[in-house]
Design a protein around this ligand. Sequence first.
Ligand SMILES: [Zn+2]
Ligand SMILES: [Zn+2]
Ligand SMILES: [Zn+2]
Ligand SMILES: [Zn+2]
Length: 762
Amino acid sequence: MDHLAQIFTQQDELIAPVGAYQNEYEAIKALHSLSGEKRQRFQNLTRKLLGDLDQPHDRKAIAERSRMWRNKGNSLFRSSAMEFGPDAEAERVLGACRLYTKAVLVAEDVEDELCLAFANRGIALQEYGYYQEAYDDCANALEFGYPRRLQHKVIIRQAHCAAKLKRTEQLAENIACLEKLQLNERFRQQLEDLKENLEMLRGQSSSEKSVEEQEKNDPIQEIVCQSGSRGRHMIAKEAIPQGKIIFREQATCFVPLEQRLICQQCACSLMCAPIPCPKCRQRVVYCSRECRERHKSIHRFECVAYRKDLLKMVGVSHLALRMVLSYMPSMLPQLQECASSAEMWSTLMTLTTGADKEDEQTPQYLQSLRMISHLDKAPQAELVYHMLCANLLQVYLKECTDFFAQFQPSSASLEDWHLIVAALILRSAGQLLVNGHVGDALLPVNLEANEFGLLQSEMWQKPRHLQLGQLHNLSQTEPLTAINLPHLSICNHACAPCIRTKFDGCTAVCYSAVDIEAGDEIFNCYTMDYRKSMLRQRSQPLQEVYKFECSCAKCTRTDPDQDYLKFHRYRCENESCLREFVPEPLPHQTNLNWWLQSPDAAEASVCCPVCKETQVFAWYNDFMCLIDSCAEAKARRELYKAFDGVDQYLLGHHILKRKLAEALIEPCFAEMDEGCVLDDVDYENLTRIVETQLEGTAAQSGGNSMEYISQMTYLWDLWALSKCKRSEQQLQEMKGKLEYLAAEHREIFENYYNDFIEQQCK
Ligand SMILES: [Zn+2]
Ligand SMILES: [Zn+2]
Ligand SMILES: [Zn+2]
Ligand SMILES: [Zn+2]
């Protein structure tokens, strides 16, 4: 990071002040038209940076490390854990998958090791019942040169997986392959069995297909995008009741945040058999071979950048690069005719002024070109930073990839293409600063960055079925992707949003969060909403990032913070006062969460405005101290009482009450995970506390929010564990929340519900 900053500082000194900013094209042109010697030095600095980023690659050490992990996997997999009970048995198989995955990842491009690691992981995956992944791993092993004389073993395994998956075509292929090989008696017998299996599958195959297709066609409500003096915005053509899907948008471009190891093609996060690109240092993985194939046209231009670890340095420009890589094929036909970069730019700008056609979906590249940008209002330093990032990525494409080969021959010169590509990266980056979205998902609690959710053996009983009492360990909401959603970006901001967006891989599904009338504008919220923030807290990012002052109905009413303050109502501790009050925020205070501040901060003190007495909150520290001993039943009993006791000071759905609930529930569950046995009194009290927490969360964040769903996992565990009866209505309501989960999580929640809740509650 420092290295990049150093180079950028030196480059900044070479370029003249940008002056009045016109557009991305002119800004990049200024970089490209430096005078002779300066230009030379400028370019050398970029090249030097790219060169310095090369990292040593010790193949021998890599091979050794991979072999070490594989051997560990082998000894675990071959151990006789059966004798030690079901937990050890789960760890034997999934634990081996985990170790083999390490072997796969570290093997990188040392193919001798890579193919063996894949083959061994395939065996473990097949035994656990992950047949699709096992099938892929067999193919991986063959692809990376599994020894010829042993290949029949891998192909036989692949055929068995295909049979389990009822994939007749693949099974037929495997059989054809095996028939050409010399097999011994045992394998010949297996081959005969597989052939029989194939005949049987062929007999029954026709009936199974059509079911999958149906679910996808949710009703899309009528909306229309208008552009006018207020810019583009979205209007409901007809009334949309709360909870309906307004639209879905599948993103062509996203990048994982913080270099998270999620599938680079479909953004799924719960993997059991990640398939890495072996050439870029374990930084890119896919959930399947299919995803890897589909991402090839992008990754071929990013692979070297990942290898150099360049992309994490350039922040938002990585997603900007991906936009240019993805959309270029659509723009190419129109640009190819142009004789110069100036002409190309004006062609692109003409496209941005066109209006959306009402009945057809505007292509995503065009929607993206039309997104707003505030680069013209950016401070000089910020602008220069983004210019240098765009330049760096363009030079990277030129020096390290064959990206520019696709533009030959064309009317314009290569230099023109360099300029246009850099200008487009800069434009996309500027657009993303105000239009980029962040996709989130539920992840296992405390999962290390290089671990994978489905391989945590303590959580699972079989593929995608959690063990009893384990749902709460799948409750960590994390931002996973930076994602370009140009259609969603049409929605303007209001502090009370009309939509609730669900991220399902790289698809955003927008639900109506309220009843929307025909003719209403559909608003998104770009910051924290009016219930979760004070006006002054959200107005700062709105001004700094989005360059506007909010004039929505919530911000312009006489008491703009009333909905926030509702969650901060106290009763005075002073026995002779006992009045209800809401603390008066100090002039620079942006929130009222005194418990998050250091005790000596001025903001940390809360005063009763009636009797002026400073509140001591002794009960708060008492409560927190008790939590340390929540492994003891006696301490837990006291905690439950103390939790009820704070009701005399914290009124309504006080946010602190929810924080206390969280502070109590999480360690109790952690103790339970460690083997501490809870009894019916515990279950009863914890259930009541989680329910209180959920009511508050529903009031402040909405009953379909990720926050709610994440807390709901504790309730489901308690229901499953305590075996008490729930009303049908309660069950239906909670089951309804599943709608707001991504498909990969929804399946797991549904399995959990069916395995443990439905059975016991009826
Ligand atoms: Zn995928
Ligand atoms: Zn790669
Ligand atoms: Zn507002
Ligand atoms: Zn008072």
